[in-house]
Design a protein around this ligand. Structure first.
Ligand code: G3P
Length: 217
């Protein structure tokens, strides 16, 4: 499973990228607003930093506007994936931009039918939001599973990009189901390293190291 990092914070992307943990980056208008940076400027900086796809989201609501914005975003770098919402207009924009050779990430997906439409429109990525489904007591992981089944049934090449990931468990659950990509905030990716027995074991080793005065350097 590829790891995308869901942030527009350059320092945090760099830290994970230096460790080889970043296969791509996703941003959205809320993350850009949080960064306080100009969308074109910060997106260019992220594209220069990472090799993989960098999702940048359109702000128009109509297909024509999304296509024009998508074309402008695509000019930033070769690794841009234009992010469009899963609306009828978004699907129209997806088809046009895909036909022009631009990667498209169709976002705000909350149903298997929406994912089926995105694949038919040629999306490079479909972004089902699992955390936001969990928020309303619908199991977001069931949706990832349904989309996996549907795409495999028909050999759709659209990659399942699990989004709205809120916990380390979401990451391993998505990997078990076979999501192609999971995008998560840096804190969630770091939390994957945590285990209470690792902490306990290390505390035990440290006590013995101190008792025996073990030194290596
Ligand atoms: O990039 C979209 C996304 O991952 C949103 O996450 O936590 O705001 O639902 P969240």
């Amino acid at each position: 499973m590829k790891f995308f990092v869901d942030t527009a914070e350059i320092d945090q992307i760099k830290e994970l990228n230096d460790l080889g943990m970043v296969d791509g980056v996703t941003t959205n208008p809320s993350l850009i607003a949080k960064s306080g940076r100009d969308i074109l400027e910060v997106t260019k900086e992220i594209c220069d930093l990472v090799d993989g796809p960098v999702s940048a989201e359109v702000v128009a609501l109509d297909a024509e506007g999304m296509i024009a914005e998508g074309r402008k975003l695509a000019k930033i770098a070769d690794n841009i994936a234009v992010k469009v919402p899963l609306t009828w207009a978004g699907l129209q924009a997806c088809k046009t931009l895909t036909d022009e050779g631009t990667m498209v990430n169709v976002t705000l997906c909350f149903s298997a039918n929406q994912a089926l439409l995105a694949a038919k429109a040629g999306a490079t990525f479909i972004s089902p939001f699992i955390g936001r489904l969990d928020d309303i007591n619908i199991d977001g992981l069931d949706l990832i599973e349904d989309i996996r089944t549907i795409y495999d049934n028909y050999g759709f090449e659209t990659q399942i990009l699990a989004a709205s990931i809120r916990s380390a468990n979401h990451m391993s659950d998505c990997a078990k189901i076979g999501a192609d990509v999971a995008t998560a905030p840096p804190a969630v990716i770091k939390a994957m390293a945590n285990h209470v027995l690792t902490d306990k074991g290390l505390a035990g080793f440290m006590a013995d190291i101190e008792k025996a005065g073990i030194k290596i350097l």
